[in-house]
Ligand binder design. Structure first.
Ligand code: AOF
Ligand code: ZN
Length: 337
């Protein structure tokens, strides 16, 4: 009997190869293992709209086995429940059932269930109904963590929200009338990585006017996020960088209900939102209590002595998850439960 955790860890490694290319779909990895623990084939979801992990894994097995059927029972490991619906591709559960004899598949081991309402347990039901043994919940926490944005969209009907800002040692994020550079070239790259990890990025009117940011990802692999601007009375001119043709920009009037904005983003299948400023917007979101992570970059050598106060939350930002030193700056990551 193969070691379930070990093979599921490999599925997670494979799934991660799809990072930056599959959003808003989940990252998924799959592999086929025989009773002796030999991996017969591997597959992962490589890009949005492309074949699912299970399809790539089974296709690879058919190619490698070249018409031969494995003589010992085979287990399919997959980090997410196989799908049961016709989307951009036909249901993976049906494919597994149809290939079951040829590949001698006896068992399917699943990491986490799929909370997409189109699947939601139906994939597992189909497999069990066809007489395949299904084991669920193997490294479930890790599998859910990997696709935290995907699960947030389907379970909470809103994007996963990450708040991010940089502040001086004395707690200021900038001056009211001009741009202050608190980050360093290395932390700038980390910010671009965050932009690549999240499907959208939001700023308020003042940040768009004072900093005139492009809000693109030019220092990491992957795509540019969709830019979201909260703009009272259309104060930001179309000639500003936020409207550059490099990416899409969505504008909401900033008296729009926050709940409406979140559900509108979810309706557009945007599974993650990175909020980069300014202080008013960040404080407003902190006050709602609806956010998932807070990333604060502190420049320990910079003292501004005046300016715009860094955002605050009387309830705190959550649990300190990580403290990273990036050149001279420190990046604190909080996870809000
Ligand atoms: C993936 N990759 O490996 C698996 C997914 O539009 P479709 O046909 O690509 O279907 C997307 C849904 O399929 C997705 O939301 C998830 O519920 C399910 N499983 N999706 O992109 C995969 N296994
Ligand atoms: Zn599928």
């Amino acid at each position: 009997m193969p070691d379930y955790d070990k093979y599921m860890s490999r599925c997670l490694q494979l799934a991660k190869l799809g990072e930056y290319y599959v959003a808003p779909n989940p990252m998924v990895g799959a592999l086929l293992v025989n009773e002796e623990g030999v991996i017969l084939s591997e597959g992962w979801h490589r890009q949005f709209g492309g074949p699912h992990a299970e399809v790539n894994c089974l296709t690879e097995a058919v190619r490698r086995l070249n018409g031969q059927t494995p003589c010992s029972p085979v287990t399919l490991f997959v980090s997410l429940e196989p799908c049961s619906h016709y989307g951009k591709t036909p249901p993976c559960a049906d494919l597994i059932i149809s290939k079951r004899k040829e590949l001698n598949i006896h068992r399917v081991v699943v990491g986490s269930l799929d909370s997409n309402p189109k699947v939601s347990g139906e994939g597992i039901r189909k497999l069990r109904e066809a007489g395949i043994e299904v084991v669920t919940g193997v490294l479930e926490k890790e599998c859910k963590q990997l696709n935290k944005r995907f699960f947030c969209l389907h379970e909470n009907h809103r994007p996963y929200i990450i708040l991010k800002w940089a502040q001086s040692a004395d707690g200021y994020i900038g001056l009211p009338d001009r741009r202050v550079v608190i980050s360093n070239p290395l932390s700038k790259q980390v910010v671009h990585k965050m932009r690549a990890e999240n499907m959208s990025i939001m700023v308020g009117t003042n940040t768009a006017l004072t900093d005139n940011p492009k809000l693109l990802n030019t220092h990491w692999v992957g795509r540019n996020p969709v830019r979201i601007l909260l703009d009272r009375h259309g104060r930001v001119p179309r000639s500003y960088n936020i409207f550059s043709p490099d990416s899409e920009t969505i504008v909401y009037s900033d008296n729009t209900q926050w709940e409406y904005i979140l559900s509108d983003l979810a309706r557009r299948n945007i599974h993650s939102l990175l909020v980069e400023g300014g202080a008013t917007l960040l404080n407003n979101i902190l006050a709602t209590g609806i956010f998932d992570e807070v990333h604060i970059e502190v420049n320990p050598k910079m003292y501004l002595c005046q300016g715009i106060k860094a955002p605050e939350s009387p309830e705190g930002f959550g649990a300190l998850f990580e403290e990273q030193t990036i050149d001279n700056n420190i990046l604190y990551t909080y996870v809000h439960y």
